[in-house]
Ligand binder design. Structure first.
Ligand code: PMT
Length: 404
């Protein structure tokens, strides 16, 4: 899939530099011509010889160590690259890129490059959440950089948190998706809902659900990589927000309804991955409720079904719903598809290990008006997102009714 593509792989100085070797190998196996640039710090974690052997090309470290006297290396590399991938990208490298510094081979090449840049950050969670790093990520994103978000798990520093480099296969999937489908959603405005809603009972208590936002965020990231203009409407989440998308924060189902319907007319594609409360409290206490007796009864009323509302108002929009089910998947999914007038329904059997809420993986079946369209095995939510958007892109119909 990457045959004939020239990719510069920038490896910077974090423990995840070792994963750069696997990434390099996978890119070469996929047919790419890979040129590795390492920072001085990266060399402390992994040897240039490893990367030279895997890439079958010289590895660049020092700007002044001109390997071929016929060319100026950083300009030559920058001019011939189809894509620059920085994995892992440390906080220091992000700061240098954001500030336009050019004090080593990687930063100098990046400043000279006009091709797209894909950044896979990796660092300690507190560093990742530091306002300076957040600002740099936003700045780079506003200049068009693409990102593969770090994963959550055991960090080398001992924390179990967000910050570990995305797995090499996920980075390769993002690269392949950019090359093969890069323009498929170009110019399309995509709205994704993510996370769970919170229905207040009183100022300190609320009803919610287990949604982390990961599925919706993966879709938003994949849509961004495919060239879309992406807005996310986000309820309660435990995952970090993706960079490069417009973010609207909401709490309740009612707020989500308003946020989505207010923007609906200008959207081409709406994907409702959020877990929205079906019921809310009839009476929300303004004061903290006092203990009162052994039992209490909560009176709940139905919330508005946002997806159904969108289905009723649908004009040009392509509407994708989710269905979180534990039984009779096809039956309930097809019922939701027709009742809510969706173009596709993504059903996840949330009783299965590795599917549904919270984790980094999902197992989904996608249904269209004709029935089952695709049954996906256990995949990362990122890969599910890419495959789903591929289906959406293939089904987009122009206002004149001609497939684009
Ligand atoms: O966020 P994660 O931790 O990654 O988990 C992902 C997920 C399990 C939340 C996601 O994959 C998923 O299944 N989202 C939909 C969950 C859900 O609310 O399913 P449902 O079957 O109850 O609702 C069907 C559809 O109607 C959904 O698109 C939902 O957004 C929508 N809905 C439901 C109720 C309501 N009042 N308004 C709605 O729009």
């Amino acid at each position: 899939m990457l045959k004939g593509k020239t990719i510069i792989l920038g490896i910077t100085g974090g423990i995840a530099a070792y994963k750069g070797a696997a990434l390099c190998s996978k890119l070469v196996q996929a047919g790419a011509n890979v040129h590795v640039i390492m920072t001085e710090s990266a060399v402390k974690f992994i040897t240039p010889l490893t990367l030279q052997t895997l890439s079958r090309n010289p590895v660049y470290i020092d700007t002044f160590d001109e390997i071929d006297p016929a060319v100026v290396s950083h300009i030559h590399l920058a001019d011939h690259a189809d894509l620059i991938v920085i994995a892992p990208a440390t906080a220091n490298t992000l700061a240098k890129l954001a500030g336009g510094h050019a004090d080593d081979m990687l930063s100098t090449t990046l400043l000279a490059a006009t091709c797209p840049v894909l950044i896979a950050p990796a660092m300690n969670v507190h560093m990742y959440e530091h306002p300076a790093v957040v600002h740099n990520l936003e700045l780079l994103s506003s200049r068009g950089a693409m990102f593969v978000e770090p994963g959550t798990g055991q960090l080398a520093c001992g924390y179990v948190a967000k910050g570990r480099l995305a797995e090499p296969e996920d980075i390769v999937a993002a690269i392949e998706s950019w090359f093969s489908r890069g323009a498929k959603l170009k110019g399309k405005r995509v709205l994704v809902t993510a996370g769970g809603t919170m229905e207040r009972l009183d100022p300190v208590r609320f009803l919610t659900n287990d949604s982390s936002g990961k599925m919706g965020f993966a879709i938003a990231e994949a849509a961004l990589l495919m060239g879309a203009d992406v807005t996310i409407v986000v309820g309660r989440t435990t995952a970090a927000l993706p960079a490069g998308v417009k973010v609207i924060r909401v709490e309740s189902a009612q707020q989500m309804l308003e946020a989505v319907t207010n923007r609906y007319d200008e959207m081409d594609i709406v994907i409702k991955a959020a877990a929205v409360a079906d019921y809310r409290a009839v009476n929300v206490s303004e004061q903290k409720q006092k203990k009162n007796g052994e039992k209490i009864v909560l009176e709940l009323e139905r919330t508005t079904d946002i997806l159904e509302t969108l289905g009723q108002r649908k004009r040009h929009q392509f509407l994708v719903g989710f269905a979180a089910e534990t039984e009779q998947i096809e039956h309930y999914a097809m019922d939701k598809l027709s009742r809510k007038r969706c173009d596709l329904i993504v059903a996840n059997d949330v009783s299965k290990d590795g599917a549904g809420f919270n984790g980094d993986t999902n197992i989904v079946q996608v249904f269209g008006p004709e029935g089952l369209v695709e049954a996906m095995p256990l995949l990362s939510k990122r890969e599910v997102a890419v495959r789903l958007l591929e289906l959406v892109a293939g089904r987009l119909i122009s206002p004149g009714g001609i497939a684009e």
